[in-house]
Design a protein around this ligand. Structure first.
Ligand code: SF4
Ligand code: MG
Length: 327
């Protein structure tokens, strides 16, 4: 296929002393050049583990890939040699993590850490690599890049450190950038600045951007499509406007009702009742049935597959059509 990055029916389990946790149970999504996919879900839905598996940084053991494919330009990364996969990392696909303080090394200047990639992967001299590091800090709109390149991670605010992380991830000019909760630790104003920066860089560089988040409000303005995850599956995938206007899965309905809206200040927000399932004992049938206000007896028996409803949306609910037509 002509897809840039495509995850198909991915399955990952964690084998622990207490049992086997089925963390990823058939995840399918893709991102193409120049588009932004938001991956949305509660913690434990498998969003980060999917990303770690794409990046080849899954903790093995206890994590094991038990099925599926991750294709980059049509080639399955799960069937490549370690050397081929390492080459894609950084240059083909790069990742920005939530916790910039622990992702950066405290004993080296940020400039050194950015420059290291140019030296190791591009064979540049120390001087040349440092010059490129300053350019990368300029790219992410770091004020006084020429001075700050010599500073250590703890000398930066959370937002500025996240800019350093973005600079580092873009150093090798990746085609796909995965950002895992890149703004969660930041205050609201800084969140918006980082989102704007990511959106701008994505457009300028025509990257495929995967934004992982538990907060639909944060990604709504920048995402083209959204994949909603629950219990290690994608339960709905849709164009962002369609998803907002007419969600095709009861879980998405619940998520939308729990976002604060400017026009409904002071109103009690609704939250989804109950808890995500224990991944060692996922409910039979539709894994959402114990929490679903629309559940019917069939939901306990049959797993709803992710079915395409239109060219721009898919849902894994037995009653998706009814839900859309309800208006
Ligand atoms: Fe709810 Fe049934 Fe749809 Fe699952 S399949 S989301 S339980 S209505
Ligand atoms: Mg996570």
């Amino acid at each position: 296929s002509g897809r840039l990055l495509e995850v198909e029916d991915l399955r990952v389990e964690f084998r622990t002393r207490d049992g086997v946790a089925k963390v990823i149970n058939g995840v399918t999504y893709h991102v193409d050049a120049g588009e932004t996919l938001a991956v949305l879900g509660e913690s434990g839905s498998g969003k980060s583990v999917t990303a770690q598996t794409i990046m080849g940084i899954l903790d093995t053991p206890p994590g094991f890939v038990t099925g599926g494919a991750i294709r980059f330009h049509g080639r399955d990364m799960l069937r490549m040699s370690g050397e081929q996969r390492r080459r894609i990392r950084g240059e083909g696909i790069a990742m920005v993590f939530q916790d910039s303080l622990s992702a950066l090394n405290p004993v080296f200047t940020v400039g050194f850490q950015i420059a290291e990639q140019f030296r190791i992967r591009r064979g540049m001299s120390r001087q040349e690599a440092k010059k490129r590091a300053v350019e990368m800090l300029d790219l992410v709109k770091m004020p006084n890049a020429r001075q700050r390149v010599n500073e250590y991670p703890h000398q930066f605010s959370g937002g500025m450190r996240q800019r350093v992380m973005i600079a580092m991830s873009l150093a090798l000019d990746p085609e796909v950038l995965i950002a895992d909760e890149p703004t969660t630790a930041l205050d609201v104003t800084v969140q918006a600045q980082i989102m704007d920066l990511l959106a701008e860089l994505q457009r300028e560089r025509r990257m495929g951007l995967i934004l992982i988040t538990h907060d639909l409000g944060v990604v709504a303005d920048v995402a083209d499509r959204i994949a909603v995850m629950y219990a290690g599956r994608v339960v709905e995938e849709a164009d962002v406007h369609e998803l907002y206007a007419r969600p095709a899965h009861p879980y998405t309905v619940g998520l939308l009702e729990s976002i604060p809206r400017v026009d409904q200040k002071g109103q009690q927000l609704r939250t989804i009742k109950g808890l995500p399932p224990n991944l060692m004992r996922i409910p039979t049938g539709c894994p959402f049935h114990p929490r679903c206000p629309m559940a019917q007896p069939v939901c306990r028996e049959r797993v709803p597959p992710l079915l395409t409803l239109s060219p721009t949306r898919a849902s894994a609910c037995h009653f998706a059509e009814e839900l859309i037509n309800r208006g």
